[in-house]
Design a protein around this ligand. Structure first.
Ligand code: HSE
Length: 324
C-alpha cells in the first residue's frame, strides 16, 4: 500500500473549497493516474464555524488556527489560500521552517516577496510551488519552467486577469455598465476580495512579474511595471474599437532587452481576427515565444473555484510524487 500524503489547507474561500472538493471527489482518478493517496488532513479558516459543505464534513481536523496544521507532524504539504501579503507570508515562512512543502496561489505575495520566500524554501530544501497564481487552470508556469526550459524566452504576452476579461466581454456583448458586471464577477468567485486589484491592473502586474521570474530568474519590482487598468474604459470606446475592427483587452507583456526586463499591463485594441480577441469571458490567453519552439498559445479558464483548484492540485501531486 502506498504512503498517504497528507495536506493541510489554510483558507476555505473560493479556491480552498475547490481544492478540497477536487482532492476528495477525484481521489480515485488521482490514484489511478499517479498511484498517490492524497488526503486532506485538515482545513484552517478564521471563519471555519460558518462554513459547511459535504466535502468539509469529511475533513478530520477543522480549525480556526493555521498553526495547528503547521505544527502537525503528520501533514506533509501546507496549501496557503488565504491571499494577501500579511498573515500569508507568516504562514508560508513558518510552514517551510517547520519542514513542510508549500503550495500557494498568492500572486501578490510572490510578486512582492518572492525573493525572500524562494530563498527560504531553497535554504530549507522544501518546495514552494505556485502554478495557481497565474492563469487559473492553465498550466502556464509548468510549461515555462519545464517544457520550454531549453528555450530562451523572447516574449510573453497575454490576458491574465479573468475578471477584467469577463467585464470587457460582457460590456461589448450586452452593453451593460461596468459595475453591474463586476458585481457578477464577484458573485462567481472570479474577482479578488478587493476587486480594485483586478480592475486597476495590479493583479495582472503580479502575474506578469511571476511569468518574468520563471522566464528570466529575476523578480521585477512592482513599481517598475507600467500599469493602466480598465476602469476608464467605457461602452463608447468599446463600440468605437469594434467599428474599427478591434476589441479592447487588458494585455500584459514581458520583454527582455539585454539584461533589462520590461513589463507592462494596459488596455490595448487588438485586431478582431487575432487570437487574443477571441479569448472571451473569464478565460485567459497567454502567448509565449521561445527561440527554439517559436510561438505557442495557451488558453483556459483564468479564474474560478474549480479551474484554479486544478492548478493547486497539479502542484500538490508533483510534490506528493516525490514523497511516496
Ligand atoms: N481575480 C483573479 C482574476 C483570480 O480575475 O483573474 C485568478 O487569479
Amino acid at each position: 500500500m502506498s504512503k498517504k500524503i497528507k495536506v493541510g489547507v489554510v483558507g476555505y474561500g473560493t479556491v480552498g473549497r475547490g481544492t478540497v472538493q477536487t482532492l476528495i471527489s477525484n481521489a480515485t482518478e488521482i490514484k489511478r493516474k499517479t498511484g498517490l493517496d492524497v488526503v486532506v488532513a485538515g482545513v484552517a479558516d478564521l471563519h471555519i464555524t460558518d462554513k459547511n459543505d459535504l466535502y468539509l464534513e469529511q475533513v478530520p481536523l477543522r480549525t480556526t488556527c493555521a498553526d495547528e496544521l503547521i505544527a502537525n507532524p503528520d501533514i506533509d504539504i501546507i496549501i496557503e489560500l488565504i491571499g494577501g501579503t500579511g498573515a500569508a507570508f507568516d504562514i508560508i515562512s513558518k510552514a517551510l521552517k517547520n519542514g513542510k512543502h508549500v503550495v500557494t496561489a498568492n500572486k501578490a505575495l510572490l510578486a512582492m516577496r518572492g525573493t525572500e520566500l524562494m530563498a527560504l524554501a531553497h535554504s530549507m530544501h522544501f518546495n514552494l510551488m505556485f502554478e495557481a497564481s497565474v492563469g487559473g487552470g492553465i498550466p502556464v508556469l509548468s510549461v515555462l519552467q519545464n517544457d520550454l526550459a531549453a528555450n530562451h524566452i523572447l516574449k510573453i504576452e497575454g490576458i491574465v486577469n479573468g475578471t477584467c476579461n469577463y467585464i470587457l466581454t460582457r460590456m461589448e456583448r450586452e452593453k451593460l455598465p461596468f459595475e453591474t458586471i463586476l458585481a457578477d464577477a464577484q458573485k462567481l468567485g472570479y474577482a479578488e476580495a478587493d476587486p480594485s486589484g483586478d480592475v486597476e491592473g495590479y493583479d495582472s502586474v503580479y502575474k506578469m512579474i511571476i511569468l518574468a521570474y520563471l522566464a528570466y530568474g529575476k523578480w521585477v519590482d512592482v513599481k517598475d511595471v507600467e500599469r493602466v487598468g480598465i476602469t476608464q474604459i467605457g461602452l463608447a470606446q468599446i463600440e468605437a474599437a469594434h467599428v474599427a475592427g478591434q476589441r479592447i483587452k487588458l494585455i500584459g507583456s514581458v520583454e527582455k532587452q539585454g539584461d533589462d526586463i520590461f513589463i507592462a499591463v494596459k488596455p490595448k485594441a487588438v485586431p478582431l481576427e487575432s487570437v487574443l480577441a477571441d479569448v472571451s469571458g473569464v478565460f485567459n490567453g497567454i502567448e509565449i515565444v521561445g527561440d527554439k519552439v517559436g510561438s505557442l498559445f495557451l488558453q483556459g479558464q483564468g479564474a474560478g473555484s474549480l479551474a484554479t483548484a486544478s492548478a493547486v492540485c497539479a502542484d500538490i501531486l508533483k510534490i506528493a510524487g516525490t514523497l511516496k
